[in-house]
Write a protein that binds this ligand. Sequence first.
Ligand code: CP3
Length: 327
Amino acid sequence: MPYTPVWYMRQAGRSLPEYRRVREGIEMLTACATPDLVAEITLQPVRRYGTDAAIFFSDIVVPLRAIGVDVDIKPNVGPVMGAPVRDRAGVAALRPLEPDDVPYVTEAVRALTKELGGTPLIGFAGGPFTLASYLIEGGPSKNHDRTKAMMYGEPDLWHELMDRLTEITLGFLRVQADAGASVTQLFDSWVGAVAPQDYRTYVLPHTKKIFEGLAGLGVPRIHFGVGTGELLGLLGEAGADVVGVDWRVPLDEAAVRVGAGKALQGNLDPAILHAPWEVIEGRARDVLDRGRVAEGHVFNLGHGVLPSTDPGQLERLTDLVHEASAR
Ligand code: CP3
């Protein structure tokens, strides 16, 4: 590529008026199971911004719902479980995901890869800690207290739950890759809540298994979490090709922490998009400069696009990244 590639986490979604229009009166998980709508929403930001990748429109709880978990996405709240998973029976009910459980995913990915031509489609899944937290807490959580109570107090049950989530996640990523997705990203968004020694004991064995399981598919693997400054080395150790970095650690420092042989993705603070353009431009150039230290850089935000973002600023930012990194 003649410039640094750029896409944005949550580039599809509420910041776009065309998204709000097509989603009117349709529940989030219904939208995720409607291939025409999934394809349209996935393409919207690529059309508008000219990003170098599309990210499949879905959600991290889609594979859980597909295997029978009673989960809903409540507007302005997030995923909410009908019955939180807190004991052996709850864990035992989590069966592996088969391609037949998500025919709408296969159909939408196929249509999209055709439509996108040379633009890569990024498939994704939630990371096991993040999924475990939603299942155990029953919804979004600040402190992940029940999650950690199981992790520390019932380690056997914890590892059994993580084993099952690892299988489900691998199944979901395989379906997307088999249908044509050419990149995968694991969003372990809330794993920054655990200390490095606990990541090593309670999470790393599972994320390692996920990236090993993906190795045969021949798709680049991205690994991302929020607040993971102290975990960057471990996220690299888990086996991904690219480590996503939030805005709290500059990319030149992140390159040292992640270690040799990995590319980095990130890491403009999503809130900076609410600043005047001159500020956005200065900070974006700084991200590009620091990213040159890494062995490969994919420009992105440090987390998802905020719903209050002006799409015009993302359009300008995409052009700036392409111009400023041209070689
Ligand atoms: O463009 C993209 O990035 C693809 C779309 C995408 C969605 N969810 C669509 C969505 C992706 C990659 C996700 C992953 C996801 N879902 C994560 C990991 C990424 C991250 O942000 O850290 C997490 C933690 C979830 C769980 C979840 N789903 C939350 C916290 C919310 C927000 C709830 C709210 O309304 O504030 C959702 C719902 C959701 N997922 C929306 C979208 C566009 C909003 C729902 C709507 O438009 O009605």
